[in-house]
Write a new protein. Structure first.
Length: 389
C-alpha cells in the first residue's frame, strides 16, 4: 500500500490543497463466477490491494483528475460533464460523477488524485475499486453524508455498477463494486445478486489467500465476455419458454437443462450448466466455511474450476496450467481461476504456514512450464471502503 502521508503530500503539492483520502479495496472471488448477472450467488473477499482517492474542493468550477499510476492529469467542467466515455482511464471516475449528478447530487469543482496497487488486467477488480473510492470522495466534497439512510453500502455499490454499465460501457454485474464497498476483515461475503442480501463467511486465521497472476491480460469490455453473457441469456430464454417464471438462470435447475437442453445451441447449454451448478456450489462453499470444513471447500473450488474451464470455456491454457501445477503442493486447500476469465489470476487457499514455500514452488513451476514469470501475492481478507484518518 502506498503511504497515505506521502499520497497526501503529493496531492497538496500538485493542487495546493489538503485532501481528504479514501481507500477502496480490490477483491478476489473465492467461488461463484458469471453467476452475478444471472441474479445468482457469488462469494468474494476484499483484499489488501486498494485504490486511494484524495479529494479537495476547487473554486473555479473545474474537475481535475490526476492518476499517479499513469502520471497524467485531465480537466473537465463540473457543470458540463462529458455525456459518454472516451475510452480513457478517466472514464471510471467520471462515470461515477455523472451517475451521482444524475441522481441529483450537486457536483462542485474538485481536485481528485487517484493511486492504486491492484494489478491492471489481473481480474482483481481495479476498476470497481476506482469507482468506489471516487464515489466516497465525491460524496464527501459534495457535502453528502455516508453511510446514511440516503446512501448505504449496497446503494453505493449499485451506483458504481451503473457507472461501469451506463457510462464506461462494460456489462459487469454487481459483485465487484459490492465487495469493495461492503467487505469485512477476515471474512468472505456470500452475496445474493438478486436482492443484495448477504452473509459473512469466516476465513480461518491459518488460511492465506494466495493470488497467482498468470500475466495473461484480458479486458472485461471485450467481446468474449459479451458473447458468453448472450449465450447464458439465450439458454434462459429457452427454459422460460416452458417455465415463464424463470427470468434468470438463478431460477432454473439442472433438471430443466435435462428436459430442454436439446432446444439450445451446444454452447448455450454448456454455459447454462456452468451457471446453474456454480450457484449451487457457491452456497455450499459458504456453508463449508461456516462449518470450518476446508476439505469440502477445496473440493467445491476444484469442481468450479473444471466447470469454468470446460463448460463456460472462460479459462485459458496458462490459467489451467497454473491450477494444475498447484494441486500437489503442500498446504493447498483449493485452487481455481478467479475473475472475469480469459486470463488473470488464480485464487489458491493455502495453509498460512506453507504459504511462502507454496508461492516459491508455484512460481518456479509456472515459469519453467509456461515461460512467463508470474506475480504471486499472499493476501488476506480486508475491510471495505473507508475514509483514512
Amino acid at each position: 500500500m502506498h503511504d497515505p502521508a506521502v499520497f497526501r503530500s503529493e496531492h497538496l503539492a500538485r493542487f495546493q490543497a489538503e485532501p481528504t483520502v479514501f481507500a477502496a479495496p480490490g477483491r478476489v472471488n473465492l467461488i461463484g463466477e458469471h453467476t452475478d448477472y444471472a441474479e445468482g450467488f457469488v462469494m468474494p473477499a476484499a483484499i489488501n490491494f486498494a485504490t486511494l482517492a484524495g479529494i479537495s474542493p476547487r473554486s473555479d468550477g473545474k474537475i481535475a483528475i490526476y492518476s499517479e499510476n499513469y502520471g497524467e492529469e485531465r480537466y473537465f467542467e463540473a457543470a458540463d460533464l462529458p455525456a459518454k466515455a472516451s475510452r480513457h482511464w478517466t472514464d471510471y471516475p467520471l462515470g461515477v460523477v455523472a451517475i451521482l449528478a444524475g441522481e441529483g447530487l450537486a457536483i462542485p469543482g474538485f481536485s481528485l488524485s487517484v493511486w492504486g496497487d491492484i494489478p491492471l488486467g489481473s481480474g482483481l477488480s481495479s476498476s470497481a475499486s476506482v469507482e468506489v473510492a471516487t464515489a466516497l470522495a465525491v460524496l464527501e466534497v459534495s457535502g453528502a453524508s455516508y453511510p446514511s439512510s440516503a446512501m448505504t453500502g449496497p446503494m453505493l455499490a449499485r451506483l458504481c455498477q451503473r457507472a461501469e454499465n451506463e457510462f464506461v460501457g462494460a456489462n459487469c454485474g454487481i459483485m465487484d463494486q459490492f465487495i469493495s464497498a461492503n467487505g469485512a476483515k477476515d471474512h468472505a461475503l456470500l452475496l445474493d445478486c438478486r436482492d443484495l442480501s448477504f452473509r459473512l463467511a469466516p476465513i480461518p486465521a491459518n488460511v492465506a489467500l494466495v493470488i497467482a497472476n498468470t500475466m495473461v491480460k484480458h479486458s472485461v469490455a471485450g467481446g468474449e465476455y459479451t458473447t458468453r453473457r448472450a449465450e447464458v441469456e439465450a439458454a434462459c430464454a429457452v427454459i422460460a419458454s416452458h417455465r415463464p417464471e424463470v427470468r434468470f438462470l438463478r431460477d432454473a435447475t439442472v433438471q430443466d437443462l435435462n428436459r430442454w437442453g436439446s432446444e439450445m445451441t451446444p454452447n448455450s447449454l454448456k454455459r447454462a450448466r456452468h451457471v446453474i451448478t456454480e450457484n449451487l456450489r457457491t452456497v455450499a462453499a459458504a456453508d463449508a466455511l461456516a462449518k470450518g470444513d476446508l476439505a469440502e471447500l477445496g473440493r467445491l473450488m476444484a469442481e468450479a474450476h473444471a466447470s469454468y474451464s470446460k463448460d463456460f470455456e472462460g479459462s485459458c491454457a496458462e490459467a489451467d496450467t497454473m491450477v494444475a501445477l498447484a494441486q500437489d503442493l503442500p498446504g493447498l486447500i483449493g485452487a481455481r481461476l478467479t475473475g472475469g476469465g480469459f486470463g488473470g489470476c488464480t485464487i489458491n487457499l493455502v495453509e498460512q504456514s506453507e504459504a511462502q514455500d507454496f508461492v516459491e514452488a508455484l512460481g518456479g513451476r509456472y515459469a519453467a512450464q509456461v515461460g512467463i514469470v508470474p506475480q504471486i501475492h499472499i493476501c488476506h481478507a480486508s475491510g471495505g471502503a473507508h475514509r483514512l484518518e
